[in-house]
Ligand binder design. Sequence first.
Ligand SMILES: [Zn+2]
Length: 413
Amino acid sequence: MTVETQYVGPDAVQALVHYAQAQGLDRLTLISDDRTWPALGEAVHSALSGVGADVQLALLEGEEVIADGERVLEIMAPGNQNDRTFLAVGAGTITDLTRFVSHRLARPFISLPTAPSADAFTSANAPMVVNRFKRTLDAQEPMAVFADMNVLCAAPSDMIAAGVGDILGKYTALADWRLGALLWDEEIDQSVMDTMYRVLHNVSGQLDAIGRREAVGIAELMRGLLDSGTAMAHWVNSRPASGSEHHLSHYWEMILLQQGRPAALHGAKVGVGAVLMARSYQNLREISVDEVRARLERTPRAQPDEERIRIRAGYGALAEQVIAEHAEALEMLPVLSVRMRTRLVDHWEDVRAIAEDVPPPEEIAAQLRKVGGPTHPADLGFTALEIDDALRYAHYMRSRLTVRWVERALGLL
Ligand SMILES: [Zn+2]
């Protein structure tokens, strides 16, 4: 399925009503929480009820809504939803919950973003918390998105900054993808790549306006997030939008979940992750091919057994799960690392050219600062040890080649 209609403008509620009438959608379930109900949910409910639609409500109460089994149960509890269209009124978490439940009920859903906070609105996967562990589950894209500019411009500033962080994370995500193609024969798609670089260019050109919450900037950010999500949904996986900076974010998120600490915004973690990974790329730029040869000579190759030991050191109770998810990649490691080592020498100038396209860490930090976003993981409450551990172990979060594996091969990790 693809997103049929995408509205970003001043009167999303009216646009939604027209769309629902044109599509004959008169039985709906609206999902929102304590914050998104007054911001938009209530207006959506009264407008649709006003034209005679039957709108059932699922208002998720409480301080922190996370995408877990309890919330799924809460949404599904009323039953009798087999002929309803779902409306997700909220940011990432509400959208993921709605995307998951509606998909499992084989019903479509419509997204009504309340903040330009992440690129998940138009994506097809739902990151859900299962046993205190975040897992990416198959779900679906919305049939339509109606983003209201007045609501988005009034969104909490940390959520706007998080959206910018999720976009700026593409600098390192795209560089990682290009490394994967160069060193590991990963498939790449130039048009997806072009879309993502265009989004980066457009959003980074509007940071002052976004910082001032001007409609022109916020609209560009929202469109960028929607385009990024769509590019991800149409590619085989999240590769175009998620690399080593996301792995850091996932690692920190795992720590917070395991310890029952309050969540930090996805895009905020991604933004500070991008600053750290930009430093890695900066380091690569300064290495000569002779140094690459010398480093490969003295750095032992990655071996499955040693990697399993490292994963156990970094993941505690979750280690076996991480190892199981990487079973195939771990076994392939000796073969892949031989190939990668040869390519690193043969194509070192290409690696450096990829690294050149990542701005220096100070520049990404300055961009985040323009929208009032955090620039260092300590700003999000992570300790020096948690930052260190993420740098040491986060690349095991996904079986994907990133700048971290290149640093690993060169003994820089
Ligand atoms: Zn993201």
